[in-house]
Design a protein. Structure first.
Length: 513
């Protein structure tokens, strides 16, 4: 993988514009503001020129040397490996803008020593006040602008490369990494774009007026000279202030814009979105918190979809919403049991893999019919289906929906059997029992595993009615209780009352025509 930080050429490339701006600010300051600090100095001698060149080369050498030493850990493989070496790489990756800004500031401090103190000593012009004026212009005015600009440029250009060091996040948790809060960033911007320009303008006005009056110029000449100086400085400082303000605002606004864009994609249901974390300040912590939230939503959606393959979507949603009482709740519902006839002989005569394949296809057809009429398959017990209408979601016409689902199951089974016969396989038959009554519906099971189930006499009776379909020679048996809930437009034929196991009274039953 290509290393985004190999060597120091990348850092030097980004630091040059900041230092160039600093040099221009230095020229403008000593040309238009504190021009008395240099206007009385004679032309430099050959020795002084060699001193200037040597000082310039020494400053560059110091910067390059520090960069090479500091940058070595960043040349390792990406992503960083676990352990101390990887921790050092990640820490240095975060520290890079601060390092470049620190080296830039060090260079301007040394430049202040070279030209603001050393040169004055060599030229025989040194006085404490003169040296302070030179240091103020070189270090405070030019150095602060170059340092801030270097930090902002490197931070902006380094952000895309920073992601390679933190593919799984965790940028805000790296120990020993400096943090620049948003408040401090804005205060620094205010200092650079307001306090320093006002100070420079005030000094320019004072120096201009003092110099003109000392030269014996009249008031008009003083005002004209001051107006020219102030106009130039207003334009120059305004340009620098706007540039720094835009850079600072962009460093704050761009991560927020990326976060807003990621939030919009999450609103559209895209839980694979990850917002890049490009700083370890408050915005970085907010972004990492957003990524953890989205990761949690993605895991929840995965569990929700996976859970829905083991239980029905209705039960899944009711459980996740916390609307299913653990102790159960009484419900008025219609229960349907369906069982394959002559299942055991068919299994004995068939290949097990074929049995499983056919059972899955059969269950798919039957559940499709049940769900189409608002029913819910509770469980598959061997070849038997247990379904309910009216729970967990209450449905006022659950009895009619159950009977119509039985008709649809019959039609789907006939169409499915037609395809089996065409391929030379035997058709399957089933029996269906339907009963309506009061049940207790809820989560039932052990402390470690629960299942949504129905408990009550109505469930037992529906199962018994399904078992009577062979004896009554019909494929669908409906209880009289269910029949009483219907409007009368369904083809039901009354059968002789029957006695079922566990009941002393006979049960009124109907055959679905």
């Amino acid at each position: 993988m290509e290393q985004p930080s190999a060597g120091t050429s990348w850092q030097r490339h980004l630091a040059w514009p900041a230092n160039l701006v600093g040099a221009l600010v230095t020229f403008a300051y000593f040309r238009f503001v504190d021009y008395h600090a240099i206007e009385s100095t004679p032309m430099p001698s050959v020795g002084e020129i060699l001193y200037f060149v040597g000082g310039f080369v020494a400053l560059i050498a110091i910067g390059v040397g520090l960069g090479v030493l500091w940058n070595r850990p960043l040349a390792g493989p990406l992503p960083p490996p676990p352990g101390p070496a990887g921790d050092l790489m990640r820490r240095r990756a975060i520290q890079l803008p601060y390092f470049v800004a620190g080296v830039t500031l060090l260079g301007w401090v040394l430049a202040g020593g070279v030209w603001g103190v050393g040169w004055l000593l060599i030229a025989g012009l040194f006085t404490p006040m003169h040296a302070l004026r030179m240091l103020f212009g070189i270090v405070v005015i030019s150095g602060s602008a170059a340092t801030a600009l270097a930090f902002l440029i490197v931070e902006r250009q380094w952000r895309p490369h920073l992601r390679a060091f933190f593919p799984d996040g965790g940028l805000t948790t790296v120990p020993g990494a400096p943090r620049l809060p948003v408040r401090a960033r804005l205060l620094a911007a205010f200092f650079l774009v307001a306090v320093i320009p006002i100070t420079v303008l005030g000094m320019a006005s004072f120096r201009g007026a003092a110099g003109a009056l000392a030269a014996g110029a009249d008031a008009g000449e003083v005002m004209n000279r001051m107006l020219a100086v102030v106009l130039f400085l207003v334009l120059a400082t305004m340009g620098m202030a706007v540039g720094l303000a835009v850079s600072v605002a962009r460093s704050v606004a761009e991560p927020l814009r990326d976060l807003q864009s990621a939030m919009e994609r999450v609103e559209q249901g895209r839980f694979d979105v990850r917002c890049p974390v490009v700083a370890n300040d408050e915005i970085g912590r907010l972004t990492e918190g957003f990524n953890r939230m989205v990761r949690g939503l993605q895991e929840r959606e995965f569990l929700r979809e996976t859970f829905g393959k083991y239980v029905s979507r209705e039960i899944r949603d009711e459980i996740l919403a916390g609307r299913i009482a653990l102790e159960g709740e009484p419900r008025d519902a219609t229960i349907l049991f369906a069982d394959i006839r002559d299942f055991t002989p068919w299994v004995e005569a068939s290949d097990p893999r074929e049995v499983v394949r056919d059972l899955n296809a059969y269950f798919t057809e039957m559940e499709t019919a049940i769900r189409a009429h608002g029913g819910l398959v509770l469980q598959y017990i061997g070849d038997e289906i247990e379904a309910v209408f009216g729970a967990p979601v209450a449905r006022p016409r659950h009895a009619e929906q159950a009977v119509r689902a039985a008709l649809d199951m019959r039609a789907r089974l006939a169409a499915w059997n037609a395809g089996r016969v065409r391929t030379g396989r035997p058709p399957l038959r089933n029996g269906i029992g339907i009963h309506t009554g009061r049940v207790l519906a809820g989560n039932i099971g052990s402390a470690d595993r629960l299942s949504y189930a129905l408990v009550g006499d109505a469930v037992n009776l529906a199962s018994r009615l399904q078992g009577l379909t062979k004896e009554l020679e019909t494929d669908v048996v409906v209880s009289g209780t269910t029949r009483a809930r219907l409007d009368g437009d369904l083809p039901l034929t009354r059968l002789p009352a029957v006695k079922v196991k566990g009941r002393t009274a006979e049960v009124e039953v109907y055959a679905l025509g």
